[in-house]
Design a protein around this ligand. Structure first.
Ligand SMILES: Cc1ncc(COP(=O)(O)O)c(C=O)c1O
Length: 377
């Protein structure tokens, strides 16, 4: 059996950790010295750095990417009969967050070509919910799956037609761009995750809310701190403990300083995969103006289990995100639309994510591509 030039990790956090270790050690020492573990100066520093990178007007560091979704929806004051339109092919957190924020998710299909929310299906489902009258359409929550910005051109047009706001779940897409705008500065409000395996991760759980439109910023800041007023004396709304601690903020700030360099490296890996695998697998196709952050590199293949097993034997780790669309999962099956969601169901049976991180060598990347070609043949 062929073996890689050197062991291949699906996501390698160790090389990066060695690269930033001395700086993070120094940062940790600073936090231990000043002792402000919660709400220390590192929080505002990270928020400013995130705005600086993405161009967002405001940012809030929060405890994880799920809270980054829940907090803005709580700030919007959603109610159980309010419909939030989400793709069915995403991580379960997207649907959980809608339900935890007291609203009702309405599952929409995705497109085969970019695996993201299908604007035409979205349009139809908003119209159907409006016509039925049981739920009130309130929000479109687009997801940038695998690092690829959703089709915001078309989604914004549908949103405008129906008079709905758009929020973005960019948990997987920090570093993506749409029409020159970075994820975080595309929709009015964007959530992201700093889960360690994300393109920009911390050493634990973390996340952020980014505001292109700062209208909800103050309310989100209040929800993040138990719904208190600015003086933190009185609860003015229902809130939660959604803060990100000073240590994690320091980690993300340090990692953000090498992010552009890492993004370039991810792009080089993706370019090799794109060139070598063209025609052999169903690669993601996205329109002009969209740049992936390459959080993951995912293709669709026939005989997926056999392909995955062959790659495992050849020393190539892969992962399946996601083996089931949300409307097929027990927790959400009662929300499944009649007739199902064909593209989401089909993709769940065919997607396969290949090793993707900034520290894959050219030789390793070429080896992965070569073994994929052999496995799908
Ligand atoms: C699309 C999507 N949304 C939300 C989340 C939730 O982020 P977290 O795990 O930081 O809560 C994730 C995390 O994987 C995700 O992939």
């Amino acid at each position: 059996m062929p073996q890689p030039p050197s062991p291949i990790a699906f996501i390698d956090l160790k090389v990066q950790a060695a690269r930033v270790r001395a700086r993070i050690d120094a940062r940790f020492a600073q936090v231990l010295d000043h002792g402000a573990y919660i709400n220390g100066p590192e929080v505002a520093e990270l928020e400013a750095a995130l705005c600086g990178f993405t161009g967002a007007a405001k940012a809030l560091a929060v405890a994880n990417g799920t809270d980054a979704l829940i907090i803005p929806m709580m700030a919007m004051g959603l109610k159980p009969r309010d419909a939030v339109f989400i793709p069915a092919f995403t991580y379960n957190a997207t649907a959980n967050a809608v339900i935890l924020a007291a609203a009702t998710p309405v599952f929409c299909d995705v497109r085969g070509r970019d695996f993201n929310l299908d604007p035409e299906d979205l349009d139809r489902r908003i119209a159907a919910v409006t016509a039925e009258g049981r739920l009130t359409p309130k929000l479109i929550l687009a997801v940038d799956l695998f690092g690829i910005a959703a089709d915001y051109e078309a989604i914004f047009a549908v949103a405008e037609k129906h008079g709905l706001p758009v929020m973005a779940d960019a948990a997987q897409s920090f570093g993506a761009r749409w029409n020159g705008r970075w994820a975080g500065n595309i929709a009015a409000v964007t959530s992201t995750s700093f889960f360690p395996a994300k393109a920009l991760g911390c050493y634990g759980d973390g996340g952020a809310i980014l505001f292109r439109d700062p209208a909800l910023h103050e309310a989100c800041e209040s929800v993040r701190w138990h719904g208190t007023d600015a003086a933190r004396k009185e609860s003015v709304r229902v809130g939660m403990n959604g803060r990100l601690d000073s240590l994690q903020c320091a980690v993300v700030t340090e990692k953000l300083s090498i992010f552009s360099d890492e993004l370039e490296a991810r792009r080089r890996v993706a370019a090799i995969y794109d060139a070598r695998l063209a025609g052999a697998v169903d690669a993601v196709a996205f329109g002009a103006g969209v740049e992936s952050g390459w959080g993951l590199y995912t293709v669709a293949v026939d005989r997926r289990d056999a392909v995955q097993a062959a790659l495992r034997d050849d020393g190539v780790p892969t992962a399946i995100y996601y083996p089931q669309p949300l409307h097929r999962m027990r927790a959400f099956a009662h929300l499944a639309p009649e007739g199902g969601l064909p593209q989401s169901e089909r993709l769940a049976g065919r997607v396969l994510s290949l090793p993707m991180h900034p520290y894959l060598s050219e030789a390793q990347t070429e080896y992965v591509a070569e073994r994929v070609l052999a496995a799908v043949r």
